[in-house]
Ligand binder design. Sequence first.
Ligand SMILES: Nc1nc2c(ncn2[C@@H]2O[C@H](COP(=O)(O)OP(=O)(O)OP(=O)(O)O)[C@@H](O)[C@H]2O)c(=O)[nH]1
Length: 803
Amino acid sequence: MTMRARALAVASRGHIVISRAPVGSLSIGSRIASNNAGQRQQHRRPSPGAQALDPHGARSFSVSHAVMAAPSAAAAAVKQAKKILTAEEAKEKMSPEEKLRLSRVRNIGIAAHIDSGKTTATERVLFYTGRIKAIHEVRGKDSVGAKMDSMDLEREKGITIQSAATFCDWTKNEDGEDVKYHFNLIDTPGHIDFTIEVERALRVLDGAVMILCAVSGVQSQTITVHRQMKRYDVPRISFINKMDRMGANPWKAVDQINSKLKIPAAAIQVPIGTENEFKGVVDLVKMEAVYNDGPRGIRIKTGPIPDELKELAEEKRQILVEKLADVDDEIAEIFLDEGDPTPEQIKAAIRRATTALKFTPVMMGSALADKMIQPMLDAVCDYLPNPADVTNEALDKTKGEKPTMLIPYNSLPFVGLAFKLEENPYGQLTYIRVYQGMLKKGTFLYNAKSDKRVRIPRIVRMHSNEMEDVTEVGAGEICAVFGVDCASGDTFTDGGLPYTMTTMYVPDAVMSLSIKPSASADADNFSKAMNRFQREDPTFRLHVDDESEETIISGMGELHLEIYVERLRREYKVACTTGQPRVSYRETITRKAEFDFLLKRQSGGPGDYARVAGWIEPSEDPDKNSWESRVVGGTIPDKYISACGKGFLEACEKGVLLGHRVIGAKMVITDGATHVTDSSDFAFNLAAQMAFRKTFPEAGGTVLEPLMKTNLVVPSEFQGAVLMLLTKRNGTINDTEVNGDDFTVLADCSLNSMFGFSTHLRAATQGKGEFSMEFSHYSPAPPHLQKELIAKYEAELEAKRTK
Ligand SMILES: Nc1nc2c(ncn2[C@@H]2O[C@H](COP(=O)(O)OP(=O)(O)OP(=O)(O)O)[C@@H](O)[C@H]2O)c(=O)[nH]1
């Protein structure tokens, strides 16, 4: 469609022009509320001290509803009677100071593919905002390491393992005036093994900077963080880093954001030179050249657009405006009138479209060469939402978990989410995002999950591994507290609100390892460490195998588990003996099989008697197990039916073939029988377990193995070698690409075939190849592997029996 046709199409939606007038008076936040919530038009928030709101009392924020669906008189009366405030009214009640405070706060994260330069960019942010006095590089020659990589392990390995929070103030010039913004910033790891860190950061942040490499463009982890940003509705600006690198091509990256991530994106800058000639950018909003000047590029200098770039800048500005017209009605109308939007209109449209998750503006620079970080900070202020712009909801426990809007208003009752736990020398540190109300030192809060009241003895603002004590923190901010016993994901309220917040998505573990302290004297420290790691990291799991009695840890990959073993050694002085890393297989059934099972045991006293009949079959959701009762005539009394279901689910925890978890199975119970004295919950639970285990082979029991989305980047000359490596591992190659001197392959490989891959890749590419893996899905393991695994498992069981 041509631009004009598109503009006409927008105009033909007719009433938009009419509807915008009244909506113009709404804050961007209200618009976002409507956009974010999609069809959830009834946003409500609790009035101070009051419980939940009447559904009829809330005002709709959707653009068309603001005009057409004025609240009925009856609804207005209900609202009056209950003194209910709508979200908008609550915002109206905010004092001008509070509104101003929030408009100057940005809670942002930096997320990207591994090694894109997140930590390097954050280091510049801290330097330019005056938080640190000198810049230290990741893996730099001075051996100091970047501020945000504060763990020794991070500095040694040059990777980020834990997300690190900091805060800083950025002073921005607005119409000749200096305006100070407060940033709460989280630098997240890029490696997929630490993905939970990205997940929990995005859960609580209002906006993000997505960094891309100018040479590699959109990479596998960029796609992962994109999915995560979508999951939590996080608006983003994009920053193409490494413009100084050979083969840098920002236009390809912009195209890939559009085509691979499917978010409308356009550059808002044009580079002045590339690779080692990269000097600065042309700002397409203001149409001026921007350069860094002074030591470490500390100053920003503007000037006229170089002659040779004038045409390109015009062309790219046109593309920017066209993209905006596709997602923003105001710019579309200007097009309809064949007008040229002003810089202010473009800027406002970028903000509207970005915060409404319809667009991402793309900037470019080089963190390592100290170029164009300051314009990125200005863009954070200009285009990313402040806490009042974002819709956050809690679930009202007294109303069937009905979503209830939270407002970052200091005088509302407190609601906050503990999103991350961390142990440090002073005790357990809990990171909290304050969604509503104020957090004050010495006050009591209520943990909505454990139902416990806790005192807040100490509040700090974190600056990587350093902290600053504060006495209170306002709504919409992020801070950390000491001395609070809770788990990651717990909701805190002031006790008056029956709210809980949804927690984050926790991916399944794909790899496990048996582990034990080498010296038995270390057992105490070992279990202390294990408790802590589990509390801090929901993707790190531990269980004791009841047959082998081994402690098994499981997690997101080899590196994830390796890091914990290393942390045990360094932080707890516990050396450990570990087994071979093992794949977390799954077991499933592939067809329906019937059962009629009688448990009848007599051992002196009262016996066990239970008969269960029915069938097992693959469940609708291949990741979940379910059960159903179709028992008629009370052949199994109600009180024993749930024991059957429980028994089935317990049996699924340990499959028949390998002892791994069963997924995708369903049990339907149709009939049974009881005995007057010998039937019990226990007997029916056991009977269902035994029936399932007995029927499993007949139902086509199969071993599933994790398939991993594997991304390899190697210098082009190793293309052949790397393809051979993948073929040997039966990898399915999905895509290949040449980016400058780099060759990229995307393949599906079974996790089992990838053990030791990094060593082989290193050898095949003279250490120049990189790869990352991410769990994709479970798929049936090849028959020979299934046979081998089952034989091994049976031999282990046999050995145990004869021991
Ligand atoms: N040429 C060039 N190299 C850069 C630039 N920014 C970062 N690097 C280098 O890229 C490597 C990775 O940088 P980091 O800042 O650790 O990247 P990261 O995204 O934080 O890494 P993870 O957190 O481990 O995913 C380091 O060697 C940096 O020096 C840049 O603008 N240009």
